[in-house]
Ligand binder design. Structure first.
Ligand code: ADP
Length: 282
């Protein structure tokens, strides 16, 4: 599991702490959404977990390994924990797609053969084969995001941290991205996504963490957290659209679906169609 204990952190030359005595535990193999208003500390927390920002106090453990900031330890840590930035342009360093993905692999000191095999696999997995030799500056932001994700996944991280991954994606790319996430999750990776896209989070995640002013204010499964209206109002978070629609349906109709929340539009459509047919027959 990921365990954060009494973490305190503030940016260089700042007096204000973003996190003070912050605690958080995330079990392994979960799909976790990290939510909160702009400025609540989501990006900062991901940077701290990845070791890109050094905490002033406190400890971060991944599966019993303590994060230490010595360059040798950090290198080992980043083999286990991968991060993609909100802006993929900050992440991509090489000339072409294939070069960029290989760059990370070279840092792992793998054999040439293994680098070649991992590169080919990841190009295939992320449907980047046709773009392999394309200069990065020819790509759209959505494509760059896919390359950044492919580059991190080539390293086989156990914990994947994604910062606002749905920005720049159109509906089609978003659906593809959801499939990519599912594949990554099924490989055994724990995924933590910082997002303000509540509808995406609701569709994808199985565990929700809300942070506010540097504290975890609410966490749990969908059924629990989205019932905490008062807390959500306090932190100015609206409810996911599908949740709202579901709760406007009459109780007996929801009962017919065993109170199973629809998590995407297809599931909701099926329920409504089934209910519609039953009503006609009745
Ligand atoms: P979120 O990702 O939830 O929008 P951030 O982690 O980006 O929040 O920001 C948390 C707080 O840290 C904000 O008050 C922001 O202004 C501050 N902050 C972020 N980056 C820096 C920085 N490089 N230097 C100083 N303050 C920063």
């Amino acid at each position: 599991m990921l365990k954060i204990i009494n973490l305190s952190s503030r940016y260089f030359n700042q007096t204000k702490y973003i996190f003070s005595q912050f605690n958080l535990t995330i079990p392994i193999h979960k799909k976790v959404a990290l939510l909160g208003q702009n400025g609540s500390g989501k990006t900062t927390l991901l940077l701290l977990i990845d070791g890109l920002l050094k905490a002033e106090n406190g400890s971060i453990y991944w599966e019993q390994e303590l994060l230490k900031y010595h360059p040798k330890n950090i290198k080992q840590w980043r083999k286990r924990i991968g991060l993609t930035f909100q802006n993929p342009e900050q992440q991509l360093v090489a000339g072409t797609v294939a070069e960029d993905i290989s760059f990370g692999l070279c840092n792992l000191q793998l054999s040439k053969q293994e680098i070649k095999e991992r590169l080919e696999q990841v190009l295939k997995d992320f449907e980047l084969e046709l773009l392999a030799n394309e200069p990065l500056h020819h790509l759209s932001l959505g494509q760059k995001r896919r390359v950044a994700l492919a580059g991190v996944m080539a390293l086989n991280p156990e914990l994947l941290l994604l910062d606002e991954p749905t920005t720049y994606l159109d509906q089609h790319q978003r659906n593809n991205f959801l499939q990519e996430l599912e594949r990554i999750y099924e490989q055994g990776t724990t995924i933590l996504i910082a997002t303000h896209d509540l509808n995406f989070a609701y569709q994808w995640a199985d565990w929700f963490i809300f942070i506010h002013e540097g504290k975890v204010i609410l966490e749990g499964e969908a059924n629990y957290v989205f019932n905490q209206r008062q807390i959500l109002e306090q932190i100015k978070i609206q409810l996911p659209i599908l949740w709202e629609i579901w709760h406007t349906l009459p109780p007996d109709l929801k009962q017919q679906n065993n109170q199973q929340l629809p998590r995407n539009i297809e599931e909701l459509k099926k329920i409504i169609c089934r209910i519609g047919k039953q009503t006609v027959i009745d």
